[in-house]
Design a protein around this ligand. Structure first.
Ligand code: 5AD
Length: 450
């Protein structure tokens, strides 16, 4: 029985794709190797969103070629996903030890291609073509392999993006928006719930665009809200989340859904990217700071205490000190629970890479640090506010850093660590926060529940 090791770079969509590939291989008789040291096939599922992510995967493959390949000549080496899609055959020209380059619409062919390579029927495979229907091919789960995934699962509802933000490579690596059908998604979620899953996160590059061309608005409800309602009906499911939306996709129907659907978690990840209208326009975001701030106010009105997180890029071409200060000011005004900060990274074939006034690296670093301080200070205050409070969490599994501890999350997506027992797994518990750390709450279930 051959074994595979998959290393994943990048976002939750990539994690989900890797899981589906692993599940597909297990169904075909493969085992999952605990590390690359013994695997018959090593696959790197790659990310292209920033240059650093690409460099990491290329460096890793160089390492595998130099060491693992030399020690075990029969091992199959492959690149999957976004960088495979955008670079294609060029990756084999650069790294001749690579056997397989598989694009983002081809994950479901992994088992067939690996079988061909292992049997020697083919020596190199590059497949980065478009494939209609591939958006519905990411469906298999590995519930038994991982305690966390058997409580909280990800479901891919769509692929691709049509927004064409000028900094972003995703429309070129993931293609245009393609959505699965509601019955197909609901069937997958039902099966997960029947297998014990309590929380589902609906995934897509731009989930609020779900089905907007295929499914007409009904009773004032967009396709995405219709999908939320359908998933909400599933018995046994406790919580629903989704990521990532676009702020302009938050129509009143979606805002109103937060007030109406109790399983919909009190959390929104709303990518801001910049607090300056001038930069937002250059980014082709289709959003303004006024709309963004208004949206936050509306969400807080329907769901007081809602957890709000965001993505921000600093040092976009042409960003002046004044633009950056507008980002700082908006962050102080909104008071995010957390924010993921990115230094602008030139991506080839994207319009922003060719824009004038590229910001020097030292300025990008400096703005990143300054913004990080603001985000961390606000985060600390917000987390400290929880001290002594009782919060309701879904217990997901052992903590990554200390397996003796359990980890769970509040509805507003705050991580809570606790000294629980295995019987707490998958339970919704009220726990008392006894300590706070960096973007983490520590709690004791005994104080409240027993
Ligand atoms: N440079 C820096 N950050 C980027 N992101 C996307 N493209 C780039 C880029 N070229 C960030 C955005 C996005 C997140 C997933 O990655 O903030 O929301």
């Amino acid at each position: 029985m051959p074994s595979v090791y998959i290393k994943t770079y990048g976002c939750q969509m990539n994690e989900r794709d890797s899981e589906a590939v692993a599940a597909q291989l297990v169904a075909r008789g493969w085992s999952l190797a605990p590390s690359e040291a013994t695997a018959d096939a090593i696959l790197l599922n790659t990310c292209s969103v920033r240059d650093f992510a690409e460099q990491k995967a290329v460096g890793k493959m160089q390492n595998l070629a130099a060491e693992t390949r030399r020690a075990r000549p029969g091992v199959v080496l492959g690149f999957l996903g976004c960088m495979a899609q955008s670079r294609g055959r060029e990756l084999i020209d650069r790294l001749p030890d690579v056997d397989l380059v598989l694009g983002t619409q081809k994950f479901h062919h992994t088992a067939d291609y690996l079988a061909d390579l292992l049997a020697g029927r083919r020596t190199k495979i590059v497949d980065v073509a478009d494939e209609s229907g591939s958006e519905a091919a990411i469906r298999e789960h590995l519930l038994n392999g991982n305690a966390k995934k058997s409580v909280s699962a990800f479901v891919s509802i769509m692929q691709g993006c049509n927004q064409y933000c000028t900094f972003c490579i995703v429309p070129y690596t993931r293609g245009g928006e393609r959505s699965r059908t509601i019955p197909d998604i609901v069937a997958e979620c039902r099966q997960l719930a029947a297998g014990g899953v309590r929380e589902i996160t609906l995934l897509g590059q731009i989930v609020t665009s779900y089905g907007r061309r295929e499914l007409p608005v009904r009773d004032g409800k967009s396709a995405f809200v219709q999908l939320l309602e359908a998933v909400h009906e599933i018995d046994g499911l406790e919580r629903i989340r989704f990521t990532s939306p676009h702020p302009k996709g938050y129509g009143d129907d979606l805002i109103e859904a937060y007030g109406r659907l109790p399983k919909l978690c009190a959390w929104a990840h709303l990518p801001l990217q910049s607090g300056s209208d001038r930069i937002l326009k250059l980014m082709h975001r289709g959003d303004t700071r006024e709309h963004y701030a208004g949206l936050i106010a509306k969400l807080r009105r329907v769901r007081p205490g809602i957890g709000l997180t965001t993505d921000i890029i600093v040092g976009f071409p042409g960003e002046t000190e004044d633009d950056f200060e507008q980002t700082l000011a908006l962050c102080r005004e909104v008071r995010f629970d957390n924010a993921y900060l990115f230094k602008y990274s030139e991506r080839r074939d994207t319009p922003a890479a060719l824009m004038p006034d590229q910001v020097p690296q030292t300025v990008r670093e400096d703005r990143n640090q300054r913004l990080l301080t603001v985000i961390n200070d606000i985060g600390r205050e917000k987390y400290n506010d929880y001290l002594g409070r009782t919060v309701r969490i879904l217990v997901e599994g052992p903590s990554k850093t200390n397996p003796a501890r359990l980890t769970g999350r509040t509805s507003c997506n705050k991580i809570v660590l606790l000294e629980g027992a295995p019987r707490h797994l998958g339970q919704v518990l009220d726990v008392k926060v006894t300590r706070t750390g960096s973007f983490t709450l520590y709690a004791d279930p005994a104080i409240v529940n027993l």
